[in-house]
Design a protein around this ligand. Structure first.
Ligand SMILES: NC(=O)c1ccc[n+]([C@@H]2O[C@H](COP(=O)([O-])OP(=O)(O)OC[C@H]3O[C@@H](n4cnc5c(N)ncnc54)[C@H](O)[C@@H]3O)[C@@H](O)[C@H]2O)c1
Length: 415
């Protein structure tokens, strides 16, 4: 069991679990992937990368050719490995309450397989206090003393989906450890695959550091959206305003506003951080601003009485991704339908929705996700073939109309 060349990754068929497994296989480990999703695990073992992840295909092929990646659904495999990394999903439930039940259950299921010397690293994004809870559960259900027999750490995953394999080998590791020895063991492990610094904090601090990282970005995007909304009724162009304010000014770096600020990390982690705080939080206000963007777009479209058919470009939560989790694309589609519009959706990364020709005859086109495939407005316009079409681009991506839009809207044929 003490073979340092073997590692178990629990949640290995998921977006981040697969990326981490591949990075570890690439670093020379024999990786035992464990996942309840046997179908996706099977696709991975047959050589298919199931998600958009830059650089994953050759690494997977190499891992399979050298038999350094295995997949299964049997937790007892951890008895072969010293290191165990947990990267299972931590989505909130239907009532938007963050839940850690799956992690608690996993800790209970893992307990009979744990032995002295094991290093258990929680890489999933956690509600503050989860590592303490798991330490308590393991103390009750095993004879192991955390910090002496069992090394337990919160080691939050902070790489970006889609570029995780590129980022993991260089990002710093925030290691939430109870003891110096735990930190030393985990940092030695991190140094085998990453050149980034190892930073010691407590488990609770590591949990907060991860949530705050994403909430900070989410609030920043909300601020840009709010600025766009505030200036929309005036005869101004938000792209010119932001460029003027940002240019060569060292204390400002406003991101562009955007209709689709969501996804499995920024939205979820902001929700988790703001959950249960008994005052009106900045993070909570950011959720209000970003989540209301589709409603605001539908309301503004109501000012154009001739608009009957609306094309929504992009269903995934960010450009270049095939992931629709917490994307506001489906939200906008449903709101438009409810408001009585005919709606056509185009998404280059989803089969059956990838034909731009479907937007012919649209009265309005909304750029929801700024995929490269939608990057050239003249191409989009050529497909629309409607000289009075309304174009909605909050992102300011369409160069040709970037400085002509008011509040993100521009109507063709009307100067
Ligand atoms: N997606 C991102 O951009 C990103 C970035 C950084 C951190 N994270 C965090 O990483 C974690 C995983 O996110 P993800 O996007 O990869 O989720 P995901 O849903 O893509 O993957 C989770 C995987 O865990 C598996 N799983 C669930 N319960 C299991 C169990 N009991 N035993 C074995 N396998 C189990 C699922 O089948 C799935 O394959 C989350 O906590 C998330 O917040 C995600």
């Amino acid at each position: 069991m003490t073979d340092p060349g073997e590692v178990a990754v629990i949640g290995a068929a998921g977006h981040m679990g697969l990326a981490f497994s591949l990075v570890l296989a690439n670093a020379g480990y024999l990786v035992h992937g464990v996942d309840v999703d046997e179908e996706t695990a099977g696709r991975i073992m047959s050589g298919e990368v199931p998600y958009h992840e830059e650089g994953a295909q050759p690494v997977l092929e190499r891992a399979l050719a050298t038999a350094s990646l295995r997949m299964g659904n049997d937790l007892s495999v951890v008895s072969r490995t010293k290191f165990i990394a947990v990267l299972i999903g931590t989505s909130p439930d239907e009532s938007l309450t963050p839940r850690m039940d799956a992690l608690h259950d996993l800790a209970d299921d893992l307990a009979p397989h744990l032995a002295p010397g094991h290093v258990l690293m929680l890489r999933s994004t956690l509600v503050p206090g989860t590592t303490d809870n798991i330490a308590g559960r393991l103390a009750k259900s095993t004879s192991l003393e955390v910090g002496r027999d069992l090394h337990l750490a919160c080691l939050p995953e902070r790489s970006v989906q889609g570029r995780a394999i590129c980022e993991m080998p260089t990002l710093p590791s925030i290691i939430g450890a109870y003891t110096r020895e735990d930190f030393d063991v985990v940092s030695r492990f991190c140094r085998t695959y990453s050149s980034g610094a190892c930073l010691q904090v407590t488990p609770l601090e590591a949990e907060f550091a991860k949530l705050m990282t994403n909430a900070a970005r989410y609030v920043q995007f909300a601020l840009s959206n709010e600025f766009a909304l505030i200036s929309a009724p005036y005869d101004v162009n938000i792209n010119r305003i932001m460029e003027a304010a940002n240019t060569d000014y060292p204390r400002l770096d406003l991101p562009t506003p955007g209709l689709n600020v969501g996804g499995p990390c920024l939205y979820k982690d902001s929700l988790t951080l703001a959950d249960g705080i008994p005052w009106n939080t900045l993070t909570g206000a950011a959720l209000g601003v970003n989540e209301s963007m589709p409603t605001r777009a539908v309301r503004r479209l109501g000012e154009y009485p001739d608009v009957k058919k609306v094309a929504v470009l992009g269903m995934t939560f960010k450009a270049g991704s095939d992931d629709t989790r917490n994307s506001l694309g489906p939200n906008l589609r449903d709101r438009l339908r409810k408001a009585g519009y005919g709606v056509v959706c185009v998404e280059p990364n989803l089969e059956g929705y990838d034909d731009l020709r479907d937007i012919a005859g649209s009265d309005a086109v909304v750029l929801m996700t700024p995929h490269d495939e939608f990057g050239d407005w003249t191409v989009v316009r050529a497909h629309v073939r409607n000289a009075r079409c309304v174009y909605v681009d909050f992102w300011g991506r369409w160069e040709q109309i970037r400085y002509r839009t008011r509040g993100g809207f521009w109507q063709d044929g009307v100067e």
